[in-house]
Write a protein that binds this ligand. Structure first.
Ligand SMILES: NC(=O)c1ccc[n+]([C@@H]2O[C@H](COP(=O)([O-])OP(=O)(O)OC[C@H]3O[C@@H](n4cnc5c(N)ncnc54)[C@H](OP(=O)(O)O)[C@@H]3O)[C@@H](O)[C@H]2O)c1
Length: 325
């Protein structure tokens, strides 16, 4: 038997239950992993709360971890017992000491990337890869707006955008977070609790606006984000940290300058094994070169997942967080 967090009903952090679970031998195409670090992500709170429905209850939770291969099932040729691996796009059930998952969902870890670092970066880092290279491929010299710049996705985005020669305007909820974002390559910070974001963006862009806004905050920022875009700009609404974005009439996109709107998810950008491997390889390259540094700003024991969720939803965390089984 081993330990895992399970949920029997969706709701507040109290539904996260630390339990004994049996882990079978891996099936065909699967590996069993002893996990050493589990990534905490905002999407875990949506799976827990019910904002995102789950196919079956009770259910495991969590999409990201690093660890060591303990056993391989039939047909797995590319991984060996003892090999270090990580994953960041599920399947659900990462909050666990041990688990089985498809070999096609994991990547081998280079020696240069530690387990905690891997668990801190796979989901958030692959997200940054697809947002800035594939959803709206940024170009050197452009200025973009990235919300929650001191968060997990945010700190990776600031560094990667900076590395690509892009000027980053980042929103933050406090002075400390502004300093942290600036130290990670965010050129201009806006405290969206106290400042008018469209006015500041206009001032920083000679009144033109930005070609793209990356908005993972959702409800509280959605309309202001549209007001920060230049004509024919792209609104990338990729999360709901403050709640889901409002329903909109498409005519608003016309009124604000023939804007484009997309609501992407990582799962559609790493939908095939090859896409996932390419995405992870691009992340490993910028981390390996030192252009993007991954620091784990918070760690919790896996058994303390409730507290970790409360702190993440309470805006108490910065950067990436890992749970230690
Ligand atoms: N679509 C995708 O493929 C994808 C993939 C990964 C992540 N995401 C989304 O990206 C966003 C960031 O994810 P993350 O895991 O890196 O989280 P995070 O940014 O570390 O945490 C969320 C941050 O949002 C800000 N925020 C603003 N208003 C908030 C509110 N009312 N309640 C809570 N937080 C609020 C807070 O920063 P301040 O205090 O500075 O405001 C908070 O720290 C989330 O919306 C997540 O769902 C989407």
């Amino acid at each position: 038997m081993s330990k895992a967090i399970r949920i029997h009903a969706q709701g507040g952090p109290g539904v996260l239950s630390y339990e004994e679970v049996a882990v079978d031998a891996p099936g065909p195409g699967e590996i069993r992993v002893r996990q050493t670090a589990v990534g905490l992500n905002y999407i875990d709170t949506y799976h827990r709360s019910g904002l995102y429905p789950l196919p079956n209850l009770p259910s495991g939770i969590g999409l990201e971890a690093a660890g060591v291969v303990e056993a391989v099932g039939d047909g797995v040729a590319n991984l060996k017992v003892g090999q270090r691996i990580a994953y960041g796009a599920g399947p659900l059930g990462a909050y666990a000491e041990e688990r089985n998952l498809p070999a096609s969902k994991v990547v081998p870890l280079p020696d240069s990337i530690g387990d905690q670092q891997a668990a801190a970066m796979m989901l958030q880092g692959m997200t940054v890869e697809y947002l800035i290279r594939r959803t709206y491929p940024v170009s050197a010299g452009e200025t973009v707006l990235f919300h929650a710049a001191a968060g997990g996705v945010g700190l990776i985005a600031c560094q990667w955008l900076n590395h690509l020669g892009v000027t980053v305007i980042g929103t933050v909820g406090s002075e400390e977070k502004a300093e942290l974002a600036a130290a990670h390559g965010c050129h201009h910070t806006i405290n969206y609790r106290t400042e008018n974001v469209p006015e500041k963006v206009a001032a920083l862009t000679d009144g033109v606006g930005v070609p793209v806004v990356y908005d993972g905050v959702g409800r509280d920022t959605f309309h202001a984000s549209l007001d920060c875009l230049q004509r024919r700009g792209l609104m990338v609404s990729f999360g709901n940290a403050s709640g889901p974005p409002p329903d909109i009439n498409p005519a608003i996109l016309t009124q604000k300058g023939s804007l484009f709107l997309t609501r992407p998810t990582l799962m559609d950008y790493v939908a095939t094994e090859q896409e996932m491997r390419n995405c992870a390889a691009a992340l490993f390259e910028v981390v390996g070169s030192g252009a993007v540094q991954i620091r784990v700003n918070q760690t919790y024991a896996l058994a303390e997942a409730q507290q970790a969720h409360e702190d993440l939803e309470g805006r108490k965390t910065t950067g990436s967080t890992v749970l230690i089984p």
